[in-house]
Design a protein around this ligand. Structure first.
Ligand code: CP
Ligand code: NVA
Length: 308
């Protein structure tokens, strides 16, 4: 089964092909309306079920548009409105039965284990629309956005500032290995990357550099990226975490340390005034709205690959 659960599961060449198909399809539909179907209708008659255990704006709408543009349709399910592993029906049986009704599933979950349970039992492909461990579709969209603004990401330097141990940073570490870019992570020791993922990255020759000094992390950066200090369902002392991340705010002073044409990225939603100031996110180097828009194009390639 062709699932898309983590960046690390796939070869560099497959991931590259996904990005190139996204560029190609995006280019070909220039001028078309947002919901109109691509001329070749590659997924005519196919359907996608999406399950959201947690809130979502971008993922929900961009996946819906993606499948529509490919010629298919979608249905969004709230786990509270279906039998979803709460005693009356196991996740295993839910996965099996949903396979009868749709061609592909997209799941946003608080527990990566749920994705694994679904992928073991489903007869149709599963896409990870964010879990506590990873957010692979967002990172693929970020790579497309980077390349549209700066050029091929191989050998470039991306700086990740703030929480070094969340779903986004995990997927970025995996992407640094697969796309061969330098990843500088500026974070406090307490929020530094997960050991298991760093071991994997070292074994696979990832060029990952971790520092406590945010200024050192952004030196020579082509792109600075950050994320919410408190992720959804982050079970931490929020006040203490925010306090220890305060000096990692992406602001004008920090941005000056990077290359002059450095871009700013954020997956959104954003904590304005916390991880980033308004003048940076609304400034001329910010590409955050393009990132959101590119979700549609990259997810089209991911869905297409899963169903091909
Ligand atoms: N970036 C992202 O996944 O946004 P949503 O939570 O709105 O889907
Ligand atoms: N790390 C964030 C990403 C949101 C898209 C979270 O999990 O809440």
């Amino acid at each position: 089964m062709k699932n898309f659960l983590n960046i690390a599961d796939h070869s560099s060449s497959l991931l590259r092909n996904i990005i190139e198909e996204a560029k190609d399809r995006k280019g070909k539909r220039k001028g078309q309306n947002k919901s109109s179907i691509d001329i070749d209708k590659p997924l005519d008659g196919k359907s996608m079920i999406m399950i959201f255990e947690k809130p979502s704006t971008r993922t929900r709408i961009s996946f819906d548009l993606a499948i529509k543009q490919l010629g298919g349709s979608s249905m969004i399910l709230n786990p509270d409105g279906i039998h979803y592993g709460k005693g009356d029906e196991s996740l295993k049986d839910t996965a099996r039965v949903l396979s009868e009704y749709a061609d592909i599933l997209m799941i946003r979950t608080s527990s990566h284990k749920n994705l694994e349970e679904f992928s073991k039992n489903s007869k149709i492909p599963i896409i990870n629309g964010l879990s506590d461990q990873s957010h692979p579709c967002q990172i693929m969209s970020d790579i497309l956005t980077f390349e549209e603004n700066i050029g091929n990401i191989e050998g470039k330097t991306i700086s990740w500032i703030g929480d070094g141990n969340n779903n986004m940073s995990n997927s970025f570490i995996e992407a640094a290995v697969k796309f061969n870019f330098n990843l500088n992570i500026g974070c406090p020791k307490k929020y530094s990357p997960n050991n298991k993922i760093m071991k994997w990255a070292h074994k696979n020759k990832g060029k990952i550099f971790i520092t406590k000094d945010p200024r050192e992390a952004v030196k020579e950066a082509d792109c600075i990226m950050t994320d919410k200090w408190i992720s959804m369902n982050d079970k931490v002392n929020k006040k203490a975490k925010k306090k220890s991340l305060r000096e990692y705010q992406v602001n004008k002073k920090l941005f000056k340390e990077a290359k002059s044409d450095c871009i700013f990225m954020h997956c959104l939603p954003v904590g304005r005034g916390e991880e980033v100031t308004d003048e940076i996110i609304d400034g001329k180097n910010s590409v955050v709205w393009e990132q959101a828009s590119n979700r549609v194009h990259v997810q089209k390639s991911i869905i297409h690959w899963c169903l091909n």
